[in-house]
Design a protein around this ligand. Structure first.
Ligand code: SF4
Length: 283
């Protein structure tokens, strides 16, 4: 029997990098406290294990009240004003913003500094969008839905740069851009959508269609992990959803030749390894 791990299973590039940065800060064993500005990933076990290493996740309201130390900015990024305030309060900043998100910050900053108008396509309440907004000079316009195009507050002769939240649906973004173009605005479109989620789902589907059994590892409340489970289940009837190895009660019919494994965006590598080793060694 073969065991195969799907490509792009688990952490995306940006989250992986952020977790590595946090671990390396923790290893420095500084005499000052270390914080992350919000949980570094949506995985309680990872956050708890970082806390044991002395890294505390603090929220926006708590942050400025904490004893100064190192503040690690997570992959979503934060507004410039937030970063400046933290520095002014005495924190030393370690920036773990995903480079793809940082690129958006730099684009909106440069364009708005040069007098251009900014449109962000995304959810205005999402921390990533709040962060991007905070790098613009002046207020950007946020488009959550195609109907918001009808109320764009800019003139047709103004130069408008359009960026998107990295997790925005590509087809919807394209529809919005087409509609804005049709209305005759002067736009510069920067496609900032990251395809990490799409690649993970595509690879999981491809493997599930070949496998006799699939194991999806993910958090109980993680929507991207549940989506992976649904995708795998469509192609492979015998699909298990587990959070850790303890949940796995695997019963494999003799006919099983290939077991596939994939994992959601907030599943750490050590859990994926554990499950992989168990299936390889026990069956
Ligand atoms: S932009 Fe892409 S790679 Fe970066 S953190 Fe978000 S999903 Fe991950």
């Amino acid at each position: 029997m073969q065991v195969e791990l799907a490509e792009h299973a688990g952490f995306c590039f940006g989250v992986n990098k952020a977790v590595e940065i946090v671990n390396s800060e923790a290893e420095k064993k500084s005499e000052y406290p270390i914080y992350t500005y919000g949980p570094i990933i949506h995985n309680e076990e990872v956050v708890a294990s970082l806390e044991k290493k002395g890294v505390k996740a603090v929220d926006e309201d708590e942050a400025l009240l904490c004893a100064p130390g190192t503040m690690i900015l997570r992959s979503h990024g934060v507004a410039k004003e937030t970063e400046d305030k933290l520095r002014a309060t005495g924190f030393s900043i370690v920036d773990a913003t995903c480079p793809f998100v940082k690129r958006i910050h730099n684009t909106v900053r440069k364009e708005s500094e040069n007098g251009g108008k900014i449109i962000i396509v995304g959810d205005d309440k999402h921390p990533e969008v709040v962060g991007i907004k905070g790098w613009c000079i002046g207020d950007p316009y946020i488009i959550k839905d195609i109907k918001d195009v009808d109320t764009i507050p800019y003139g047709k002769d103004e130069k408008i740069t359009i960026v998107a939240q990295t997790t925005y649906n590509y087809n919807k973004f394209q529809e919005i851009v087409d509609y804005i173009t049709k209305k005759g605005y002067y736009i510069n479109v920067v496609n900032t959508i990251c395809n990490a989620t799409e690649e993970r789902q595509k690879a999981a589907r491809e493997l599930a269609c070949r496998a006799d059994c699939m194991i999806v590892i993910g958090g109980a409340h993680s929507s991207n992990s549940h989506k992976l489970y649904e995708i795998c289940k469509e192609c492979c009837e015998l699909t298990y959803f587990i959070q850790t190895l303890d949940d796995l009660h695997l019963e494999l019919p003799k006919s099983v030749r290939l077991v596939g494994i994939t994992a959601g965006a907030s599943t750490p590598n050590n859990i994926i390894e554990e499950v992989q080793n168990y299936v390889r060694n026990e069956f």
